[in-house]
Design a protein around this ligand. Structure first.
Ligand code: WTA
Length: 657
């Protein structure tokens, strides 16, 4: 085992290296080893995607691959019909793979549940019938607010089976957020849990939900998974225990084919305003995009690989690459209930060893946490089965890349740095591990069939090595179709700027002289904290809802651990003093309104906020202060003295531990 200084020296040496070749042992068995796939897709992108779609089971073939008459409301595989849960379950069982393990579930306290494809199918059929018995049918939205337990997978697939779009809310969001998202989406049912386990403690969930869920008249059913045994009230006529409802349900629920463009799910994500965007995905194109990318970016051999992505299903990564991508390909996955540091900081590696994980996919922020906890925790475990590593969620800094490569991957595993978004549904920019060289810090090139550019404010492509706005220039099957019940916002947010088919990503990027893309970060008011998207406006609106707050402005600030951190400038009401107790109170308030992940790391008491003469808050200047940069142009400020006071206040501030 290398000592710490040796490791530092090895990492330093790796950091000198611009390119990393795919390791020869990996290439030998890789599914794709050259760029001929990219070339084929480039010759006829739609035709190429149609070919990939044929790998799925369609109940009725499509008549047109892509319909763009009504762009940007694109339609893929028009006329085709399929059932997504059939593609993830029934067809594998019919092919004799019923006994293959779909999920190795590992609980926080070490409990193990091994779930085969046949068992998963049986549960999904019963759950689908239980929903139907409550009147839930095609087109009805079903909310899902569950921790990382197998029931969350069952619930999603059951919804897909009956054509009820699911609306999953990340378990770390507060009950208030769930209420808001159920109201926006007009959900007719919600699937939740009695309580959730959080690092050895139990957090009540159902009783929290009950506290806020009154008044939603459309919410007729709450299905409750018994998980921790924590007491909760069940309301007659509305609430049902999951186990009882499934036991009472008929065992068979034939998978009904749905139109390729039938809505599969809505996933709320942060945008520039306080109201989250209901990003809507549909069935045939989405499944084609994620099934192809999961298989080829991760070089999947479903008979032998074991895949582990310790993200949460409440994010798009969980939808596409914990649930649908792996199951569509008949893969075996590990699912872990707990936090990365519970019961100890080596738990991920313990699980990798125990289940013989071969493919591992996580976020840079998690890798940086592991670096802090120490290489020994990784090296204590036998990770020799690992053969491929993936990264997602934010740019990976080269040091974290080198550590991942060396300490986790032992220098034998390619790393795929996958750039994509909730909106894109599927991976967009990355290297194919057996075919393309890697450059630490760059995600690579667009996947086959995809096209990306870097443009200036007018939409003109910029020179290589110049920073600009990232755009995607051609529709792709996994793309969002609209924002739920806000089609105008869909058009104005993504397409109006440059006109379809040019999709505005919202990230700054540059393309280097080798054609590799380097994504820099968001250009809008979205902050990326530990790979989680949050809107500054949403946090501001939570802060000003506190009775003692007069005004608040929130900016993102670079952070060594979390990529970005939330920095809030707060003006309190006259009689209130800004002290540590007040800061704690505000953090709790934000946690309550949105969720713990939205708590500002830094709170700065501001006598006044910098404003233009017309009264607009100048966030650009606040960002300069937060980043400790030289303050930009202040000539348009109503009162330039404000900046001096704020810089002072910044120096005096303590941060959250
Ligand atoms: C950022 C997560 C650099 C980016 C799948 C994007 C990345 C936003 C990467 C989407 C990456 C994601 N390199 N930046 N590999 N992956 N991002 O919707 O800013 O939660 O716009 O989807 O995360 O976040 P979202």
């Amino acid at each position: 085992m290398a000592d710490a200084s040796q490791l530092e020296a090895d990492l330093e040496a790796l950091l000198q290296q611009e390119w990393f070749e795919p390791p020869a042992d990996f290439v030998r068995d890789a599914l794709i080893t050259d760029l001929s796939v990219h070339e084929a897709a480039e010759r006829d992108p739609v035709g190429w995607w149609e070919e990939q779609a044929r790998a799925l089971d369609w109940a009725q073939p499509w008549t047109r691959g892509l319909v763009d008459d009504d762009a940007p409301f694109y339609r893929w595989f028009e006329g085709g019909k399929l059932n997504l849960s059939h593609n993830c379950l029934d067809r594998h069982v019919a092919a004799g793979l019923g006994e293959r393990v779909a999920l190795h579930w590992h609980g926080e306290e070490g409990e193990i549940r091994t779930i085969t494809y046949a068992q998963l199918l049986a549960d999904v059929e019963r759950c689908a019938n239980a929903l139907k018995a409550r009147g839930v049918g095609a087109g009805d939205v079903v909310g899902i607010y569950l921790p990382m337990i197998p029931e969350v997978v069952v619930a999603m697939l059951a919804c897909a089976r009956i054509g009820a779009p699911h609306n999953v809310v990340f378990g770390g969001f507060s009950a208030e957020s769930v209420h808001e998202r159920m109201a926006f989406s007009n959900a007719s049912a919600l699937i939740t849990v009695d309580g959730a386990r959080r690092k050895g403690r139990t957090a009540p969930v159902k009783s929290e939900v009950d506290r806020v869920m009154d008044g939603l008249t459309h919410l007729e059913t709450i299905l409750v998974v018994r998980h921790t045994g924590v007491a909760c009230e069940m309301r007659d006529g509305r609430d049902l225990w999951w186990d009882e409802a499934l036991a009472a349900a008929a065992p068979e629920c034939p998978a009904e084919p749905f139109d390729s463009e039938h809505p599969l799910f809505i996933l709320y994500s942060s945008g520039s305003t306080a109201k989250p965007k209901g990003i809507q995905h549909t069935t045939g194109g989405y499944l084609t995009g994620i099934a192809w990318s999961f298989k080829h970016v991760f070089d999947l051999k479903p008979e032998t690989d074991v895949y582990f992505c310790p993200a949460d299903v409440g994010w798009i990564t969980g939808h596409s690459y914990i649930v649908y991508g792996p199951l569509a390909n008949g893969a075996t996955s590990v699912m872990y209930e707990g936090a990365p540091d519970y019961p100890n900081q080596g738990i991920w590696w313990e699980l990798c060893e125990r289940y013989g994980v071969t493919i591992f996919y996580t976020a840079p922020t998690a890798i940086r946490a592991c670096m802090k906890w120490g290489a020994e925790l990784v090296q204590e475990h036998d990770l020799s089965k690992l053969r491929l590593l993936g990264s997602v969620g934010e740019p990976i800094n080269p040091k974290a890349w080198a550590w991942y490569w060396l300490v986790v991957g032992g220098g034998r595993c390619p790393i795929v740095d996958t750039w994509w978004q909730t909106e894109t549904g599927q991976m967009v920019i990355t290297t194919l591990p057996g075919a393309q060289r890697m450059k630490p810090g760059s995600a690579g090139t667009p996947l086959p069939g995809m096209r990306a550019s870097v443009v200036d404010e007018e939409g003109r492509e910029v020179q290589r090595d110049t920073q600009g706005l990232l755009t995607l220039d051609r529709p792709w099957p996994g793309m969002l179709r609209t924002l739920y019940r806000e089609p105008d916002r869909y058009v104005s947010g993504y397409w109006e700027r440059f006109g379809a088919p040019t999709y505005l990503v919202g990230d700054a990027s540059r393309q280097d002289h080798d054609g590799y893309f380097w994504v820099i970060g968001r250009v809008d008011d979205v902050i990326n904290v530990s790979g989680h998207r949050l809107s500054t406006a949403e946090v501001e609106s939570a802060l000003v809802s506190h009775p003692k707050v007069a005004e608040a402005a929130v900016v993102g600030q670079s952070d060594e651990d979390t990529g970005q951190a939330i920095c809030a400038f707060v003006t309190l009401r006259d009689e209130v003093t800004g002290d540590d107790a007040m800061a704690l109170d505000l953090r709790d308030h934000v946690a309550h309104r949105i969720g713990k992940l939205a708590r500002p790391k830094r709170i700065i008491w501001a006598g006044e906020l910098p404003k233009t003469r017309s009264g607009k808050i100048m966030r650009r200047l606040l960002k300069d202060i937060a980043e400790g940069r030289e303050i930009g142009d202040v000539t348009t400020l109503r009162d330039p003295d404000v900046m001096g006071q704020l810089t002072q206040a910044m120096r005096g501030r303590g941060d959250e531990d």
